[in-house]
Write a protein that binds this ligand. Structure first.
Ligand SMILES: Nc1ncnc2c1ncn2[C@@H]1O[C@H](COP(=O)(O)OP(=O)(O)OP(=O)(O)O)[C@@H](O)[C@H]1O
Length: 343
């Protein structure tokens, strides 16, 4: 079984041969290994390199080279994606003792149980979001056709505790994506931000929570003011407050915009970018304009539709307990009545 998965994984043993058929053509896969003797830390270490040999008739060479091998690679990738355990990444750095290097992202298994069924929001809004996400995940050709990177931005806003983080978990569970929770205050500068985003994988949701609190992204630009004025203001601020502290993040609004939307954003496959905020009015319009944040979703306090979902989620379980209590009460009453009758 795969780690954290309930699916069975079959593999080939050394020196085993299996037969496959593709468009009526038979091929044979043979697994083997080469053992190399390496010297590491003054010790002789045996290292096995496993490989597969593929055998087929030479008249099928074109079919195998052009179609079959591509098919095998695509199937392998699809099975890998299906069997993988999804992860929740965070940019607090960690150290990989196997590879002896510092990692930009550390991760834990993603196990949040939220789904769109359990999310207490307006049902029409819910089905719209689900439709939009599913459509996005199947639109590789569409994005290629219109010449846009395969990514979609969501802005979730509303008062605290109204389900923004829960919706992100539901999105990840719906699409079967990993989640990269980006803590902007821990990012040193724009090039570090670029590096982090380049190290994210496809099929992922990149989340910046409470973006209004992460950095003073709004203060870098004044509504109606020009860039020179803003620069002067920044310089004045720096002069008054002295140079930025050692640990202070130097990520700028333009750095963030470039990473989300610039040339770098096209690397690494399909991505959903989600910002959450309690104060949409504090955000720079450039950051949340349509096209960058394609969908703006307001999550407010629970209304009738949402309450119905919550009641269903919680009371379905409680109903069984109520029924049991009810039954046990009646059982006791009936036995008391019988005792009384006997007396
Ligand atoms: N619409 C909702 N449907 C289901 N559960 C909800 C909903 N809104 C809030 N909750 C529950 O309330 C708790 C807080 O929700 P959550 O953390 O998602 O809110 P938030 O909007 O991200 O809050 P904050 O802005 O403070 O980060 C969670 O335990 C979640 O289960």
């Amino acid at each position: 079984m795969g780690h954290g998965s309930d699916k069975l994984i079959l593999s080939m043993d050394d020196n085993e041969e299996i037969t496959d058929e593709f468009h009526g053509v038979k091929v044979w896969w043979f697994s083997s290994k080469i053992t190399r003797h390496n010297i590491s830390f003054y010790r002789l270490v045996d290292e096995d390199k496993r490989y597969y040999r593929l055998r087929f008739h030479r008249r099928h060479r074109a079919l195998i080279n052009e179609a079959y091998l591509l098919f095998v690679i695509q199937q392998g990738k699809a099975i890998g994606v299906e069997n993988r355990q999804r992860k929740l990444y965070t940019n607090s750095s960690s150290f990989d003792y196997n590879e002896l290097k510092k990692l930009d992202w550390s991760h834990v298994p993603f196990e949040h149980p939220a789904t769109f069924e359990t999310l207490a929001i307006d049902s029409q809004m819910k089905s719209e979001i689900v439709k939009d996400l599913v459509k996005f995940s199947k639109s590789k050709e569409y994005y290629a056709k219109i010449g846009k990177p395969w990514k979609r931005g969501y802005l979730l806003y509303g008062p605290p505790g109204t389900g923004k983080s829960t919706m992100i978990a539901a999105m990840a569970n719906l699409l079967d994506y990993d989640v990269f929770d980006l803590e902007l205050t821990g990012v040193k500068d724009n090039s570090m931000l670029r590096k982090l985003l380049l190290n994210t994988t496809g099929k992922s949701i990149i989340v910046i929570e409470d973006i209004d609190c992460s950095l003073d992204l709004s203060g870098k630009r004044k509504p109606g003011g020009n860039q020179n004025e803003n620069k002067e203001e920044e310089e004045k601020k720096a002069a008054m407050g002295g140079p930025p502290g050692k640990d202070e993040s130097k990520v700028t609004l333009s750095g963030l915009l470039n990473c989300i939307d610039g040339l770098w954003s096209a690397c690494g496959g399909e991505k959903v970018i989600v910002f959450t905020t309690n104060h949409i009015e504090k955000l720079d319009p450039a950051l949340i304009r349509r096209g960058r944040m394609d969908k703006h979703i307001e999550l407010g306090y629970c209304e009738y539709e949402g309450f119905k979902v919550l009641a269903k989620n919680i009371l379905e379980w409680n109903l069984i307990i109520c029924l049991r209590l009810f039954m046990s009460c009646w059982r006791r009453r009936i036995s008391a009545l019988l005792m009384w009758l006997r007396v």
